[in-house]
Design a binder for this molecule. Structure first.
Ligand code: NAD
Length: 370
């Protein structure tokens, strides 16, 4: 019997990308036993609730889960299942690595940073109300506690040390948010003194956005509060090649849930069109968490080589990139099959291949080249 892992396919493109990720995980040969549980739309249909207790029980029991995205309707309908899951299981650290893979689909091929987002409080605490009967004014409460700030900044410094990163940058808006921002800032400054081997600095959120789109290669680990982390991690996903290739992980004290940065992309649901890479790279992170280093390395390298070859890639990676010419788009399942095929074959000792530059970037007319 293998290691039991909770599998939450989710909704929208979730079932397609989690099936792809499972296929790649199985290609490594690591014995896993999937315990599939429904959340989101399928759970509403089957159980009348988007987050049945069985989901929480399964994650508590197995302590590890692979999750697909789950839709949150805007304005009405059920409360976010994603937020509820993080709060109920106290999954306080959302870790989102932004690595440009094979330099594809990005203007910033050197991007390699990690966003660490506090995931249980802030403006996601769910404390909001209308101020008047006419619904002409409303308030949302930004809940920041010293306890949650301390544990997320400690988590970021520990992660930096483990991953041999050199610097942690705290992002806040303490100049305007003079209580909540300052509380987070103080927690960061005090924690930084305990990690003299790691450099630390701070940016205001607005400046950080500008800095990131100018020189992302200068950043290493970024730690921030819930909403700023949500926004920055999408921004960083864009820097690294797009939402289709951005994995993520949620950690509590003893639980870990791996889910991509992207949402349920309803317009692509059921079309076998979505990029499976983000969910597949969640499997890489899951294997690292389980100590299955070779399996993790194989998954990462198989993804890298598939993207570098650019023969079997989904539409988002087939678009005219910044360095290479467009190719025809493959389906989600075809790309997953190609990555799974490579997993047992890749040479872990060989240098990671860099794709040949597009002749256009060297000033050669591609029309003449043929
Ligand atoms: P989204 O991430 O679903 O989509 C944003 C854009 O990226 C769209 O153009 C989409 O087509 C594209 N995209 C996303 N994933 C892709 C993939 N794998 N391959 C190719 N293209 C991809 O964000 P949204 O449209 O703002 O949200 C849709 C729903 O997902 C909402 O209900 C939202 O609440 C939910 N959501 C869930 C999670 C989660 O489950 N953790 C995260 C974010 C959003």
């Amino acid at each position: 019997m293998g290691r039991r892992v909770t599998l939450i396919p989710g909704d929208g493109i979730g079932p397609e990308v989690t099936a792809a990720a499972r296929q790649v995980a199985e290609a490594t040969g690591v014995a896993l036993e999937w315990e599939t549980v429904d959340a989101g739309e399928p759970a509403i249909k089957a159980h009348g609730t988007p987050l049945p207790d069985a989901v929480l029980d399964s994650i508590r029991r197995n302590r590890i889960a692979l999750k697909g995205p789950i839709t949150t309707p805007i304005g009405s309908g059920f409360r976010s299942v994603n937020v509820a899951l993080r709060q109920q299981l106290d999954l306080f650290a959302s870790v989102r690595p932004a690595r440009a893979i094979a330099g594809e689909g990005t203007r910033f091929p050197e991007t390699d940073l990690i966003v660490v987002r506090e995931a249980t409080e802030g403006l996601y605490a769910g404390v909001e109300h209308w101020i008047d009967r006419e619904h002409s004014a409303a308030e949302t409460v930004n809940v920041i506690t010293r306890k949650a700030s301390d544990r997320i900044v400690r988590f970021a410094f520990e992660l930096a040390r483990r991953e041999r990163r050199k610097r942690v940058t705290a992002v806040h808006k303490a100049n305007i948010m003079k209580t909540t921002g300052a509380l987070f800032q103080t927690a960061f400054r005090e924690m930084a003194t305990k990690y003299p081997d790691i450099a630390s600095d701070e940016r205001l959120i607005d400046n950080m956005c500008m800095q990131l789109v100018k020189k992302p290669e200068e950043y290493d680990v970024i730690v921030t509060t819930n909403l700023f982390g949500d926004i920055l991690s999408d921004l960083c996903a864009g820097l690294a090649g797009g939402l289709g290739v951005a994995p993520g992980a949620l950690y509590g004290d003893s639980l870990a849930v791996f889910e991509p940065v992207h949402g349920s992309a309803p317009k692509y649901a059921g079309q076998d069109r979505a990029d499976p890479v983000a969910e597949i790279l969640c499997v890489e992170l899951l294997f690292r968490h389980l100590g299955e280093r070779e399996a993790a390395d194989r998954v990462f390298r198989a993804v890298w080589e598939t993207i570098a070859e650019k023969k079997v890639v989904t539409y988002d990676l087939a678009l005219p990139a910044y360095t290479r010419r467009p190719v025809s788009a493959s389906s989600c399942s075809a790309m997953a099959k190609e990555i799974a095929r490579k997993v047992p074959e890749v040479d872990l000792d060989a240098p990671l291949p860099r794709p040949a530059p597009d002749p256009r970037s060297a000033g050669i007319d591609p029309q003449l080249e043929a």
